[in-house]
Ligand binder design. Structure first.
Ligand SMILES: CC(C)(COP(=O)(O)OP(=O)(O)OC[C@H]1O[C@@H](n2cnc3c(N)ncnc32)[C@H](O)[C@@H]1OP(=O)(O)O)[C@@H](O)C(=O)NCCC(=O)NCCS
Length: 172
């Protein structure tokens, strides 16, 4: 996969104070609240990075937040855990992703996810991780992510993993 191309007039920018993040509405209160209240604070504290997709009027059409984390060896699906050391392992975390209701159903969610995975992959060239993980907010979000090659973790139906190996294959 090469670099993601957003529709003309749309721009991806790292979250800054002057962005109008409080008006964003995705239809999921938690997703909106995160952007409005915590995303910038967490970025300032180096806990996560948020990127906004801005439309022609510089309104937020969508966003995603990435962070790093660790999972225990035992939390990984068997196939993925094969050959890995039995300890806590580094992961990239797709913490949040949302598209404004006015833009949903036009492919922007898919493009944002592709860009988020690309960011993970590029970061992984320097800071290794064994998988990208995410926790789905509900069944609709899960259906959206299952379009991609994310796997469910047995016993954690709302936690999805994409192995770094699969990510490599996707990006090459
Ligand atoms: C989930 C979300 C990000 C999808 O964004 P979107 O821009 O509407 O999605 P796209 O138009 O890119 O759709 C991509 C694909 O996913 C499918 N899809 C999108 N939303 C879906 C849903 N709720 N259920 C099932 N499939 C869905 C689309 O049909 C499309 O499939 P196709 O390529 O086979 O046609 C968006 O609906 C959203 O922000 N929802 C509220 C917040 C949220 O749930 N975030 C995720 C958890 S943090």
């Amino acid at each position: 996969m090469t670099g993601v191309r957003f529709p003309e007039g749309f721009q991806l920018e790292r979250l800054r104070r002057e962005h109008s993040r409080r008006r964003f509405q995705s239809g999921e209160g938690k997703v909106d609240e995160w952007l409005a209240t915590l995303a910038l604070q967490h970025q300032t504290k180096h806990l996560s990075v948020t990127k906004l997709l801005l439309d022609e009027n510089r309104e937020v059409a969508g966003y995603y937040t990435l962070a790093t984390g660790q999972v225990d060896f035992g939390e990984l699906p068997g196939q993925m855990a094969k050959g890995l050391p039995r300890r806590r392992l580094p992961v990239a975390v797709l913490a949040w992703l949302g598209v404004a209701t006015s833009y949903q159903g036009r492919g922007l969610g898919q493009l944002l996810l592709a860009q988020a995975l690309r960011d993970c992959w590029e970061a992984g060239r320097t800071f290794a991780f064994v998988a990208v993980i995410l926790d789905c907010i509900n069944d609709a979000a899960k259906a959206f992510y299952r379009h991609w090659d994310f796997e469910e973790v047995p016993g954690h139906p709302y936690r999805l993993f994409l192995s770094a190996k699969k990510l490599d294959a996707m990006m090459s």
